[in-house]
Each structure stands twice: as structure tokens, then as C-alpha cells.
Design a protein around this ligand. Structure first.
Ligand code: F6P
Length: 553
């Protein structure tokens, strides 16, 4: 990327930014908030508290243009095989195209296939919600348990929680991901097998965590039903039970069949949907069952609004482009190490974890598309917690620590639930949002020693109480956390991730770095099980496994 013509101009701008402050930038540009606030579908995005001026923004856009962002963007939307190491197109944007849009690849009518699967998902969701689909003992389904990991878990789990108020038909979604048996035990504990449907969600249907959990869930189901007096021994009996209590979401029909799920109960997607980009595919089945088809379709509309903006807006006004470039600016020019995402909404508690897979599995790469090493840091480190909880935990470091943490604050004008504060009259949502507004203000503008003196603060406490300010943030607001809004937020970060991948010249759509650990876990298993002595080739691993074996009950 350093060959981008305007990169050296950016370096000069970065130096300039170290000599100025957000106080000064706001003073110099009275209309700054208006100039740097954008509408993006249902989202209202204020970039003005970032460490930039108009010139920085223009230069960032020039760099993006130089690096071929517009061409890459077209290549993605057109279905070119931009995932070069896996020779795949990257077409999650096709998953949310409205029904009236046509889109085909050489050998596939993509739009028709997407809507055919959506139709089947809607039929199943309606059948579950209306009680037409029943368990083997004729009980209606009250619990849908998604078994999947990574992209086959985080999306539906995060979204089902975020859209809690839309869970209207008495179907509770549950999620089992971890190979840690406590996950399965904790989730199934207390569930009524007769009214439970399992969704085994795995793109490959070979993921060890998911297959182990799916087999364990099947054993649990058969044993619970046996206790309830249902015969569950012969192949025919097991098939009849599985048919009513297991469905699959996958691209691998053969493996689904091998597990014992009839392909008529399988919902497909395609190799051009990356796992971390799949919440809007059939992987969202558990979400759709919980919130209903109409709200799920509204969720997709939110994605589409942002796709359309990203595809058509000039780069200067293009919010995912500007936010993506801000991440590059902070990572590579200002040297900030991490990026906090702080939803002021408890239902969005899993949003930072969801973004961790989306952004870090995508952009945690050290080589460019041609295999040559990158020469600047890539891959923002995302983390975060809902406000106001985070304020009572790590905000101290954000306000006064030696590191600068650029942060995205996400907040909503209206709340699905409200209550009254300790004064007996103030809306708790208003209290939450006062915190939301106060935090970005304090981060940006801080408090100087002189201001503290004027307030009469004792001299020896002044260094401790000075708030340096100048800590950048982006504020994203929407009217209410509705399905459309959540879809728009996800698509925004998907495209931010894409923009950064283009600038860094990396492949954002493969994940080779997770493979070796999976293989070595398999290789070490015989020693872990005690079938052989550990001979890992390093004394640390060998002695840790020995410790494990010594204490293993
Ligand atoms: O381990 C990485 C990964 O391949 C993710 O990219 C993916 O989301 C997850 O595992 C689950 O994969 P699958 O859906 O094939 O089970």
C-alpha cells in the first residue's frame, strides 16, 4: 500500500494531527458535526469526533481510489473470484437482494436460488411458529437449539439476542458452539426434549465441535424420549425421531445424509458465502424461527440498504469507505493498536464478539494477495462491551491511559423497554443515553489543568484529574434497534472489513491460519487421552500434557 501516491501525504497529515487537538479542530470548523455526519439507510453516523480534518478525509479517499477500491468493489458485487486462494466468488451481498433483482453467475441463477432457499426457510419458520411442525410426541416446538461454531453460531446468536423483543411466538433460541462439554450440558439442562428442535449448522459439516455436539445432542434426545416412553431403538424409530427433531444447514449434502438428516430437512447455501458472512443465509434459520419470517426479511432489507449505498455512493460520501479508511488511518498512520465497539444497548452484548470474527478472521493476514509480506500492520483488534457496564470497567484506560483506543459508540433514540430511575421520575433510557453522549464528549475534549483549577481542585490532585481528551470516536445512532437497523449495522462492518482488506492488499475471505491448530489438536489427542506418551517435539507441550494426564480423573 505504501506505493499509493497519496500515502506520503497521509504521513504528513498524521504528523499534523499530532500537533492539533479535537478542541482546536472543532473551533476551526464551526459546522464540523454537520459536515462530517452521514445518513446510511436507517443509521445516522457522526464522524466529527475523529482525529481528521477535511483534507485527511480527502486524502484517505484518494488512497482508496489509488488502491483500486472501486474496481475491487465492482468485482465483489459482480461475483468475480476475489477469494483467490480458495478460487471463490464472494457474494454475501446476493443473499439480501430484493426478490425483483436478477443476478446470475455463469452456471447459477443466484437470485432464484437465494429466494428459493429463503422460501423454504420461511415455510419451516411458519410451521414451527404456528405449531404445524410438531415433535415426535405431537408437542409443539418451543426451543430451537442451533449447534454450530464461528460463523455458524456467532451471527444468529448475536442477532437473536439483539432482537430479543422480536421473539414473539414463544420459540426460544439456544446456541451450542464450544467443544467444551459444559456448553452442551448448560444449554440442554432443563430443556424439554419433546418440544426441542436442533438445527445443525455447519457450512462444511466436518467441523469437529459441531459434529461432536450434534451427536451428543442426538444421544440426549433419544435418551430423554426413551424416558418419556417413546421407543427409540430401531433404525426406523431413530429415523422418525430425527426427522421431527433435527434439521441441517449446510453446503454438504453427503455429510448431512451421513449424520442421519434427510436432505428434505436440509437448507443449503453456497461456497461463495463465507462463514463469517453467513448470518443472512440459511445459517440464520434459528433467528428466523425466533423472530419470524417478516422480521427476518426486514433484517435483510437493512443489509441491502447499506449494500446499495456502498455500491453506488461516491467514495467521498460512502460511509463504509470512510469508516474503513479511518481504521487504516488509526492502525497504520497513528499507530493505535485496538478498536473498541461500545453498543449502548444490553441486547447487543454479543455484537463485539460477532465483529471479532468478522473483522479479525478476515483481515488478520500478513501476506498480500501475491504472497509477498505486508509492510504495515493489518487487521484491527476489535473488542468491546455494552455501555454503561464498560464505563465501570475499562473506560478509565480509555480516558487517561497511555494508549489511545478509537471507539465506535452505538446508541438508539428509543428503547424497547424502559423504567424509572432512582429519582422516581427519570427514564432509565434517558439516563443511559446521557452517559452515551457524555462519554464521547469527555473522550474528545477532556478537561485541562486550568479548568480544574478554576473549579477549585487541589493543586496536588490536578495531574491525576486532568483528562487529556483528543481520543477519537465515531457515533452511530438509529431510531430503535429494529431488525432493519441490525442488518444495516452488520453490513456496515462487513464493508468496512472489505475496504481495509483492499487497502492492505490481502485476501479478506480465507482463514488458513486456523487450520494448523485444528490439525495439531488431532495429532495430540492420543497423548491427551493417555494412549501414548506425548512426543510433541517441545518440552513445554510434553510436560503440560504430562501434568494433565497425572491429574486426569
Ligand atoms: O475455524 C474457522 C471456521 O472455518 C470459520 O471460518 C467458520 O465460520 C467456522 O470454522 C465454522 O465452520 P463450519 O460452518 O464449516 O462448521
Amino acid at each position: 500500500m505504501t506505493n499509493a501516491r497519496d500515502w506520503s501525504e497521509l504521513e504528513k497529515q498524521a504528523h499534523k494531527m499530532t500537533q492539533t487537538s479535537l478542541r482546536q479542530l472543532f473551533a476551526e470548523q464551526p459546522g464540523r458535526a454537520g459536515d462530517m455526519t452521514f445518513e446510511l439507510g436507517p443509521l445516522h453516523v457522526d464522524l466529527s469526533k475523529n482525529l481528521i480534518d477535511e483534507r485527511t478525509l480527502h486524502t484517505l479517499v484518494d488512497v482508496a481510489r489509488d488502491m483500486g477500491l472501486e474496481e475491487y468493489r465492482s468485482a465483489m458485487f459482480n461475483g468475480e473470484k476475489i477469494n483467490t486462494t480458495e478460487k471463490r466468488a464472494v457474494l454475501h451481498t446476493a443473499l439480501r437482494m430484493p426478490v425483483e433483482r436478477d443476478f446470475a453467475l455463469e452456471d447459477q441463477d443466484v437470485a432464484a436460488d437465494v429466494h428459493a432457499v429463503l422460501g423454504r426457510l420461511r415455510d419451516l419458520a411458519r410451521a414451527l411458529r404456528s405449531g404445524a411442525w410438531r415433535g415426535v410426541t405431537n408437542h409443539t416446538i418451543k426451543h430451537v437449539v442451533n449447534i454450530g461454531i464461528g460463523g455458524s453460531d456467532l451471527g444468529p446468536a448475536m442477532a437473536a439476542q439483539a432482537l430479543r423483543p422480536y421473539q414473539t411466538a414463544g420459540i426460544t433460541p439456544h446456541f451450542i458452539a464450544n467443544i467444551d462439554p459444559n456448553d452442551l450440558a448448560g444449554t440442554l439442562n432443563g430443556l424439554d426434549a419433546e418440544s426441542t428442535l436442533f438445527v445443525v449448522a455447519s457450512k462444511t459439516f466436518t467441523t469437529s465441535e459441531t459434529l461432536s455436539n450434534a451427536h451428543a445432542a442426538k444421544r440426549w434426545l433419544l435418551s430423554e424420549l426413551t424416558h418419556a416412553g417413546v421407543p427409540a431403538e430401531t433404525e426406523e424409530e431413530i429415523r422418525a425421531i430425527t426427522e421431527k427433531h433435527f434439521v441441517a444447514v449446510s453446503t454438504n449434502e453427503e455429510k448431512v445424509r451421513e449424520f442421519g438428516i434427510d436432505p428434505k430437512n436440509m437448507f443449503g447455501f453456497w461456497d461463495w458465502v463465507g462463514g463469517r458472512y453467513s448470518v443472512d443465509s440459511a445459517i440464520g434459520l434459528s433467528l428466523m424461527a425466533a423472530i419470524g419470517p417478516a422480521d427476518f426479511m426486514e433484517f435483510l432489507e437493512g443489509f441491502y440498504a447499506v449494500d446499495d449505498h456502498f455500491r453506488t455512493e461516491p467514495l467521498e460520501m460512502n460511509v463504509p469507505v470512510l469508516m474503513g479508511m479511518l481504521g487504516v488511518w488509526y492502525t497504520d498512520l497513528l499507530g493505535y493498536e485496538t478498536h473498541a465497539v461500545l453498543p449502548y444497548n444490553q441486547d447487543m452484548a454479543r455484537f463485539p464478539a460477532y465483529l471479532q470474527q468478522l473483522t479479525m478472521e478476515s483481515n488478520g493476514k500478513s501476506v498480500r494477495l501475491d504472497g509477498s509480506p505486508v509492510d504495515l500492520p493489518t487487521g484491527e483488534i476489535y473488542w468491546g462491551e455494552p455501555g454503561t457496564n464498560g464505563q465501570h470497567a475499562f473506560f478509565q484506560l480509555m480516558h487517561q491511559g497511555t494508549r489511545v483506543v478509537p471507539a465506535d459508540f452505538i446508541g438508539f433514540v428509543n428503547s424497547h423497554d424502559d423504567n424509572i430511575g432512582a429519582d422516581g421520575e427519570t427514564s432509565m433510557h434517558d439516563m443511559l443515553m446521557s452517559n452515551f453522549f457524555a462519554q464521547t464528549r469527555v473522550l474528545a475534549f477532556g478537561k485541562t489543568a486550568d479548568e480544574l483549577r478554576e473549579e477549585g481542585v487541589e493543586e496536588e490532585l490536578i495531574p491525576h484529574k486532568v483528562m487529556p481528551g483528543n481520543r477519537p470516536s465515531t457515533t452511530i445512532m438509529a431510531e430503535k434497534l429494529r431488525p432493519r437497523v441490525l442488518g444495516a449495522l452488520i453490513a456496515l462492518y462487513e464493508h468496512i472489513t472489505f475496504v481495509q482488506g483492499v487497502i492492505w492488499g490481502i485476501n479478506s475471505f480465507d482463514q488458513w491460519g486456523v487450520e494448523l491448530g485444528k490439525k495439531q489438536a488431532n495429532d495430540l489427542l492420543p497423548a491427551v487421552k493417555g494412549e501414548e506418551r506425548s512426543d510433541a517435539g517441545d518440552s513445554s507441550t510434553d510436560s503440560l500434557i504430562e501434568y494433565y494426564r497425572d491429574l486426569r480423573e
